[in-house]
Each structure stands twice: as structure tokens, then as C-alpha cells.
Design a protein around this ligand. Structure first.
Ligand code: NAD
Ligand code: IPM
Ligand code: MN
Length: 359
């Protein structure tokens, strides 16, 4: 069979440091489970590339990676070189839209061995998914400024919710909730204050719920939902949210499990008309770049999600077991109170993956 072709796009900052560890572990799992993979290293989609060329990606970027099986992506953003909205709209957000990756699936889990910042929480108490709408909503370029620089200055930024765009992410979330033991779906809303889009989002969720009588649906305003992430995280099973609400929840959730350095994400085009993209939730972390101490587990777990999406469940499970074991017995990076380096964590996880029983 043809090898899987994976574009490797490290990007900026610690993206450059965690990506080699991700590739190392994915390659180890591939060897162990007999999966042929061809990694295609990409140096564009970075602020360095922008400095050299004036744009984030070459004009034929779609032709270069559009036929690949997946994109494995580090992080983009180096505000000292390129304004964030320019670098992100020129790369990551373009991938999500042009490749129609409308589901951003972000697991949140408390692991054994990880000190939980919330008092009294045990592993098992926090284990849920944020399903984030990933192509529309509050993330738009529609709007503008008038009377710029004057006292009368006005800024308008539109939000766009389509029926198709909303229904398809809700459907994904309902299906996911139905497949889980607790079958519980929380819908993030703000229908009290955001008086046009959010009551409509609620209506779409209610309509969808009629087709899923076995799913227990619960609508919560985003403000109190944030509070409950901290106070009662054990309540959640699957949480579906608009683009911006989902963005915020997917840093808050992982923060409640000890660090954002663990949190992975899968930017999915479930129909597989385009490649999906797998990346850590975190960014380029300029404050720790160069120290070699970034936690690579978010990158590695994202690689496991990539293998799972490409049909290799056993390889995914092996990586997850290796992550669990490493977190339990150490070593740990400084974000988890340890002193290990990025490369030491990658090596430890790789070694456990290679020791897994043969399939
Ligand atoms: P960030 O996620 O880069 O960093 C936030 C904090 O978390 C920092 O203190 C950082 O040191 C820490 N941190 C992040 N990842 C870590 C890891 N793996 N191990 C240990 N600590 C980690 O968020 P920010 O500071 O808001 O953004 C920095 C840049 O990254 C900006 O340019 C931003 O736009 C960009 N960004 C990109 C993505 C992405 O590519 N998906 C996501 C978020 C932010
Ligand atoms: C994320 C990031 C991006 C987002 C930024 C960098 C544009 O925060 O993937 O969560 O807001 O989607
Ligand atoms: Mn984010």
C-alpha cells in the first residue's frame, strides 16, 4: 500500500522544538505497527518565511499539500516579526477554512501523576471533549473602521453563523456524545446577551436534539460554563461551542488539568475531501523559546490523534499509554514541576512506544 504522506509544518517558536519530538514518536509508532509514512518537511507557514518573502505561504501552497493525508502542525506566531492577525490569517486560519476543517476536536483529560490546580480532583474526574466550530462564527474579516484616528472612530467586526456550518458541527458533537458512555452534551451559548446569533444557535441545537433522544442536552451560558469548568469539571462529557467560545474553553479546560502543554487538537474535515490538521492547542510560547523546556506532549498526543484519524487505532493507543506512563513515573517538564527537557520527554515516550507488545 501507498505510504501515508504527512506534511510536517513546525512554524515558529517552540513549534520548532516540539515538532521533532512529535515526529520521533509518530515514526516510532509507525515502525512498531508497520505503518509506512513519508514525512514532507515544510519550511513555510512561519514568520521567518514571511521575513524572507513577504508572505506566510507560497502561492501554490494548496497544490503542495492539498493531496497529503494530513498536516502535522506546530505553532505559528512571532509578533515581534509579523503582527499576529497577519501570520495566523496567512497560515493556520487559512488551512482551517480552505481545507474546510470545520470540527476542532480538543480532548481535556486529567492524568495520573499530574498535579491538578483544582483542589480534590482525581484522574477520571476530568475527561471530556471540547468540540469547537472551526470555520466561521466570530472569526471573520468582515467589518472595518471609519473615522479612523478621530474621536468619532467606529470599528465593526461581524460574526457569521450559517445554518450549514452550525448544523454540521452540532451533528458531529451529537454523534460523539451518543458514542460515549455518559451521552451528555453541553451546548455553550450566550443567548441572553448576544441576542441574534446565540438564540438562533440554541434553536439549531434544539432541532438537532430531537434526532438524538438518547443524548442528554444541557445549554449553558458561556460565562457560567467557564465557572463550572473550574468548580465542577466532572459534569462535562462533550461540550460544543462556537469558534471563539470554543477557543477560550480549550485553554481553560487544559489549564484545569495542570498545563496547556498537554492539550492536543484535531482540525477535522470529517468527509475527507481535504487533509485534516493536527496541532497542539498552545502557541509558539516566545517566553520559553530557546530554552529547550517546552512540553512536547501536546504535539505528541496530536500525532496520536492523527494516526487514529488515519485509521491506526492501535498506534494511537500505544502512544497514549506511553504518555500516561511517562506522566505517572516522570520525567516531567517544568510546566509540570519537573526539570526535564523537551527532548528527554520525547525520548522517554518513544522508548515506551517501542516496547509495546507487537500487534
Ligand atoms: P502560548 O500558548 O504560546 O503561550 C502561553 C503560555 O503558555 C506561555 O507562558 C508559554 O510559555 C506557556 N506554554 C505554551 N505551550 C507550552 C508548552 N508546550 N510547554 C510549556 N509551556 C507552554 O500563547 P500566547 O503567548 O498567547 O501566544 C504566543 C504566540 O503564539 C502568539 O503569536 C499567538 O498568536 C500564537 N499562538 C498560536 C497558536 C497556534 O499556532 N495554534 C495558538 C495560540 C497562540
Ligand atoms: C488556537 C489559537 C488560534 C485560534 C489563534 C492562534 C488564531 O488560539 O488554535 O486555539 O484562535 O484559533
Ligand atoms: Mn486558542
Amino acid at each position: 500500500t501507498k505510504p501515508l504522506k504527512i506534511a510536517v509544518i513546525p512554524g515558529d517558536g517552540i513549534g520548532q522544538e516540539v515538532m521533532p519530538e512529535g515526529v520521533r514518536v509518530v515514526a516510532a509508532a509507525a515502525r512498531r505497527f508497520g505503518i509506512a509514512i513519508e514525512f514532507d518537511p515544510i519550511e513555510w507557514a512561519s514568520c521567518d518565511y514571511h521575513e524572507r518573502t513577504g508572505s506566510m505561504m507560497p502561492s501554490d501552497w494548496k497544490a503542495q499539500v492539498g493531496g497529503h493525508d494530513a498536516l502535522y502542525f506546530g505553532a505559528v506566531g512571532w509578533p515581534a516579526k509579523v503582527p499576529d492577525h497577519v501570520s495566523l490569517w496567512g497560515s493556520l486560519l487559512k488551512f482551517r477554512r480552505e481545507f474546510d476543517q470545520y470540527v476542532n476536536l480538543r480532548p481535556v483529560r486529567l492524568f495520573e501523576g499530574v498535579p491538578c490546580p483544582l483542589a480534590g480532583r482525581q484522574p477520571g474526574d476530568i475527561d471530556f471533549f471540547v468540540v469547537r466550530e472551526n470555520t466561521e462564527g466570530e472569526y471573520t474579516n468582515l467589518g472595518g473602521r471609519i473615522f479612523e484616528g478621530t474621536e468619532r472612530e467606529i470599528v465593526i467586526q461581524e460574526s457569521v453563523f450559517s445554518r450549514r456550518g452550525t448544523d454540521r458541527v452540532l451533528r458531529y458533537a451529537f454523534e460523539l456524545a451518543r458514542s460515549r458512555q455518559r451521552r451528555q452534551l453541553t451546548v455553550a451559548t450566550k443567548s441572553n446577551g448576544i441576542a441574534i446569533s446565540m438564540p438562533w444557535w440554541d434553536e439549531r441545537a434544539d432541532a438537532m436534539a430531537r434526532g438524538y433522544p438518547e443524548v442528554i442536552v444541557d445549554k449553558q451560558h458561556i460565562d457560567i460554563l467557564c465557572a463550572r469548568f473550574v468548580l465542577q469539571p466532572q459534569r462535562f462529557d462533550v461540550v460544543v461551542a462556537s469558534n471563539l467560545f470554543g477557543d477560550i474553553l480549550s485553554d481553560l479546560g487544559p489549564a484545569c488539568t495542570g498545563t496547556i502543554g498537554l492539550a492536543p487538537s484535531a482540525n477535522l474535515n470529517p468527509e475527507r475531501n481535504f487533509p485534516s490538521l493536527f496541532e497542539p492547542v498552545h502557541g509558539s510560547a516566545p517566553d520559553i523559546f530557546g530554552l529547550g523546556i517546552a512540553n512536547p506532549i501536546a504535539m505528541i498526543w496530536s500525532g496520536a490523534l492523527m494516526l487514529q484519524f488515519l485509521g491506526h487505532q492501535a498506534a494511537h493507543d500505544a502512544i497514549l499509554r506511553a504518555i500516561e506512563l511517562t506522566l505517572k513515573q516522570g520525567p516531567l517538564t517544568p510546566d509540570l514541576g519537573g526539570t526535564a527537557t523537551t527532548a528527554q520527554i520525547g525520548a522517554a515516550i518513544e522508548e515506551i512506544v517501542l516496547r509495546q507488545p507487537a500487534p
